[in-house]
Design a protein around this ligand. Structure first.
Ligand code: SF4
Length: 185
């Protein structure tokens, strides 16, 4: 473990230190308009107690944005909710992009908030994956590409810019990494 870390270039170690705080990847449900409870779909399964369509408020969601079974989600069959992590997308969309407005008070905001939430979550997820990849010892060309992708993702996260091409580039980068990381571990 420590030998892998020592081999990580200084620039990458600096990036990792920076990444502890930027962007904020910790969910803050208090500052979110319960976006995961409305935007995501789920199917009745071991993880969810009933079917829910994307855009349909969960029937456990109370006016005001609290979950009626929050403390009992595991025992009520909603471990999928416990395991879900928006990576900070929820409060970013609610507070920074929509200024604290909510789809509950202004239903016409539901579609744009859902769209923004999907973008914000996807960008964050890809940024986390690239950062994790950069913790490995990589050939210089791949490490350079990873650094560039991380830079581009950080900018895109801040602006919440739809970035289909960027996400495709990240997916291609991660595919190329698989054999390299397998070999190194
Ligand atoms: S069960 Fe609770 S946490 Fe899960 S989607 Fe419904 S309201 Fe949200």
């Amino acid at each position: 473990m420590s030998s892998v870390w020592v081999s990580v270039p200084l620039a990458t170690r600096e990036r990792i230190k920076r990444s502890m705080t930027h962007p904020d990847l910790k969910p803050d449900c208090v500052r979110c308009a319960a976006l995961c409870c409305v935007a995501l779909h789920f199917d009745r399964s071991d993880s969810f107690g009933f079917d829910k369509l994307a855009g349909e408020p969960c029937r456990n969601l109370m006016p005001g944005g609290h979950c009626r079974i929050y403390e009992r989600r595991l025992s009520e069959g909603f471990r999928g909710c416990v395991g879900y992590d928006c990576l900070g997308a929820g409060q970013h969309v609610t507070q920074l992009l929509f200024g604290g407005r909510t789809w509950q008070k202004e239903p016409e905001l539901l579609a744009p908030m859902m769209q923004a939430f999907a973008t914000a979550r996807a960008l964050r997820e890809h940024l986390v994956l690239v950062r994790q990849a950069l913790r490995h010892r990589l050939p210089p060309s791949l490490a350079g590409r990873g650094e560039d992708l991380a830079d581009a993702l950080e900018v895109a996260v801040d602006g919440n810019a739809p970035a289909g091409r960027l996400l495709s580039d990240v997916a291609a980068f991660l595919r190329e990494l698989r054999p390299v990381i397998r070999e190194a571990t």
